[in-house]
Design a protein around this ligand. Structure first.
Ligand SMILES: Cc1cc2nc3c(=O)[nH]c(=O)nc-3n(C[C@H](O)[C@H](O)[C@H](O)COP(=O)(O)OP(=O)(O)OC[C@H]3O[C@@H](n4cnc5c(N)ncnc54)[C@H](O)[C@@H]3O)c2cc1C
Length: 257
């Protein structure tokens, strides 16, 4: 596998415990990427070489962006969220992965994206290219987070939804709709949230994905922590989705060092 040594070119903190990390790609790097793919990222932490996978959320001018969420006691994620600085060097290889969309201008499909938390990272770019390059298709995103403050890319999705009203439908749901104060110890219900609450389950999908029973060609993409992926895969099977019509991304699988 070929590794490139690349420098960190931007760092943003869209929500607590998440960093969007821009990695510079020189024009000589042979990097062509299909939306949904990931990179392998390798670095040395406390003298030990560590490698993990991160989905590419966007590709800009000579830069790719990944989104990393802190995992409790996790080696790489805590290092990236807390210690990474502009100009630091990272080794990357890839891109890789078959969790992808390949838009076609004349194609008409119904896409259902089921995302939880940081599982949104590959889906963000997939939706962006579908809006730009597959105008006849409809897109539903059911996006679960613990609280409103955890929703990554909310401003972007809201803007796209306003721009592509007939094409994109984003339904957020919160599973722990509380405000925290006094160093996170005091919890009170967040009464400002007017959207949906609760987990994505069978009835949530039936209520919020009207094309479930349509004869449109459907594709389902599931991305979140392993437990979410397993639950949603079972639900889609119960809803009699054919196995070849949905694609899952096992996100939080533990990768050995
Ligand atoms: C294809 C793919 C794409 C991915 N994309 C993203 C992405 O876009 N964004 C993102 O944030 N993550 C993504 N991930 C997950 C990412 O690769 C890492 O797994 C994640 O950041 C955690 O790595 P870590 O080193 O911080 O945690 P680790 O150190 O690997 O620990 C993970 C968990 O295991 C526990 N653990 C650690 N050691 C042990 C042990 N010995 N026994 C039992 N439990 C242990 C930790 O407490 C922690 O809860 C992706 C994964 C895959 C496979």
């Amino acid at each position: 596998m070929i590794y490139y040594t690349s420098k960190v070119s931007s760092i943003q903190s869209p929500v607590k415990d998440v960093k969007l990390i821009g990695i510079a790609m020189s024009q000589t790097d042979d990097f062509s990427f299909i939306p949904g793919q990931y990179i392998n990222l390798r670095t040395v932490i406390d003298g030990i070489e560590v490698e993990r996978q991160y989905s590419i959320c966007d590709v800009g001018h000579n830069e790719i962006t990944i989104g990393v969420k802190r995992v409790k006691s996790g080696i790489m994620s805590n290092y990236l969220v807390d210690n990474l600085k502009l100009g630091d060097e990272l080794e990357i290889s890839g891109p890789d992965g078959r969790f992808i969309v390949e838009p076609k201008h004349e194609q008409r499909k119904s896409y259902l994206f089921l995302a939880a938390g940081i599982g949104i990272t590959p889906i963000y770019k997939m939706i962006k290219v579908l809006l730009e390059q597959e105008p006849k298709s409809e897109i539903y995103l059911l996006y679960s987070n613990k609280s409103e403050n955890d929703i990554v890319f909310k401003a972007e999705f809201d803007a796209w939804q306003a721009e592509y009203q007939d094409q994109l439908h984003v339904i957020y749901t919160l599973t722990n709709n509380v405000n925290r104060s006094f160093f996170g110890l005091l919890k009170t219900k967040n009464n400002t949230w007017t959207g949906k609450t609760g987990r994505i389950n069978t009835s949530f999908i039936k209520d919020n994905y009207p094309s479930l029973t349509s004869n449109l060609n459907k594709e389902v993409y599931i991305c979140g922590p392993t437990e979410f992926n397993i639950d949603l895969e079972k639900i889609m099977l119960d809803l009699e989705f054919c196995i070849n019509k949905y694609i899952k991304n096992f996100f939080m699988s533990r990768i050995s060092q």
